[in-house]
Design a protein around this ligand. Sequence first.
Ligand code: OAD
Length: 230
Amino acid sequence: MNLVVLTGAGISAESGLATFRDLGGIWSQVRLEEVATPEAFAADPARVQGFYNARRAQLFRVAPNPAHLALARLDALWTRGDFLLVTQNVDDLHERAGARRLLHMHGELRRARCLACGEDHPWLEDIAPHSACPGCGAAGRLRPHVVWFGEMPLHMARIQEALAGCDLFVSIGTSGRVWPAAGFVAELRGRARTLEINLEPSEGASLFDETRHGPASRLVPAWVEEMLTA
Ligand code: OAD
């Protein structure tokens, strides 16, 4: 049985990272048009870098929760077919929990991309106005390696290939409001079994074969246990 697991901000909520669209979420505090578009970066790079620098710094103060750890355990122990974890999250809590077969479709806070050479590199600190690219050495050309609205998500060919061959698709902690991830469940209708695990019904909840609603830290370990003992 081939598995594809999609995660969103809800899986990291219990680690202390804010979600986007819940009450008090990130997009109720800042306008996404001011920090999460190429136009915003062109207009006010310092503001955009400041937003992502603060979120990157926050990663030093949080740790994976039982939901991240359970998915890493599934990744390590699933031998009855393929496994792929696709996350919309830019935090690194899945890899810190030990996940190996993982793709970050919206990029990674702990990487910086150079606008001069196009390469991305590990980056744990703030990106400063004159930070130099570790690859080509160009100064002042680094941007966060995150996907902004209006840009293409990453790894889509590999994700589509995994979706095409999957038997079970599980969506965890995502509101189903951002495309293309929001469209995966409809795409799989009639071809794979689908399960939503989320605090509350998401936008597309009715499209899933099964839904389980409650906190990820409780529901994800329980689901993983079921999968490993079935
Ligand atoms: P959202 O903030 O839109 O949705 C988070 C979902 O997680 C909501 O449906 C919550 O009900 C649920 N949730 C909250 N706490 C939870 C918990 N403890 N356990 C389980 N579920 C919980 O976040 P995403 O769907 O990830 O993109 O947002 C998708 C994209 O929109 C993000 O990757 C980001 C954002 O704009 C970019 O920045 C490109």
